[in-house]
Design a protein around this ligand. Structure first.
Ligand SMILES: Nc1ncnc2c1ncn2[C@@H]1O[C@H](COP(=O)(O)OP(=O)(O)OP(=O)(O)O)[C@@H](O)[C@H]1O
Length: 251
């Protein structure tokens, strides 16, 4: 399986602190690759470098075979990088359908001048409806974002990200703040998403990680200490050591 994302020897320092310490990691096409690690391990710092929000000090990031280490965020998005944004970026006064329609429109935007506007508008809504029908939000399509539950907003974030047709989706704690039922719905939705995009999943909820991940990389003090399947990571003594005090989470 080829790699949609290949990170090699990435380094990022904040003053004397090495927040990303020679990190190498691959996400393969069709894979859900979880990135776990204790608080302060450097997960967000790594994600921010992948998005282009933070410049690495050294090392390389390859996306779909192209070196994007010094490439700005929009060019990475054009190559297929997607990310779930904060719920605050959803438009509160607009419906689920309108939010998804806007995202589809952003993706198709530059074609608008070429094709007939009415036909394009129809294509936008058809695409938005298809994306919503594939999600758990189908019965809520006409509901205003302001009236959605927290879990539904997190689902909408994901649908909006998918509207950009990413090849690789960066997910920063999609389970955060969700109740049990909402978490199960999100896990189901991410399982279905795997068919269209590979994922790098940063998540503290180990049940979700173990339910979803094809492979897991463990980051501790900026270094990847292990990469492997769920069983390999569960049985790895160095991982257990790093999570000492939270061993229950790895059982
Ligand atoms: N802009 C910054 N300036 C200085 N230090 C920073 C900066 N951003 C992060 N750090 C430090 O880098 C280290 C890694 O932080 P980071 O937020 O990437 O960890 P994390 O694994 O995402 O943590 P959490 O799970 O709590 O979100 C921490 O010690 C943090 O204090």
């Amino acid at each position: 399986m080829s790699a949609i994302l290949a990170i090699e020897d990435l380094v990022k320092c904040f003053g004397g602190l090495v927040a990303t310490d020679r990190v190498s990691l691959e996400v393969r096409e069709g894979e859900i690759h979880a990135l776990i690690g204790p608080n302060g391990a450097g997960k967000s710092t790594l994600i921010n470098q992948l998005c282009g929000e933070l410049a690495p000090d050294s090392g390389t990031i390859r996306l779909a075979g192209r070196d994007v280490t010094r490439v700005p965020t929009p060019a990475r998005v054009a190559l297929g990088l997607g990310r779930t944004f904060q719920i605050t970026s959803l438009l509160d006064d607009m419906s689920v359908r309108e939010n998804v329609g806007m995202a589809v429109q952003v993706r198709l935007g530059h074609n608008f001048r070429i094709f007939d506007a009415v036909r394009d508008r129809r294509a936008v809504w058809q695409e938005a409806d298809r994306l919503i029908a594939d999600s758990a939000l189908a019965p809520r399509a006409g509901v205003r974002v302001a009236d959605l539950s927290h879990g539904e907003k997190k689902q909408l974030e994901l649908v909006v990200a998918l509207a950009m047709k990413p090849r690789l989706l960066l997910l920063d704690e999609p389970m955060a703040g969700l109740g049990h039922v909402e978490s199960l719905a999100m896990i189901e939705m991410l399982r279905r998403t795997r068919e269209s995009a590979a994922m790098l999943l940063v998540e503290h909820d180990m049940d979700a990680v173990f339910a979803l991940a094809d492979r897991i990389s463990v980051l501790v003090y900026g270094k990847i200490i292990a990469t492997g399947t769920v069983d390999e990571i569960r049985d790895d003594p160095a991982v257990r050591e790093a999570y000492l005090g939270a061993e229950d989470e790895l059982c």
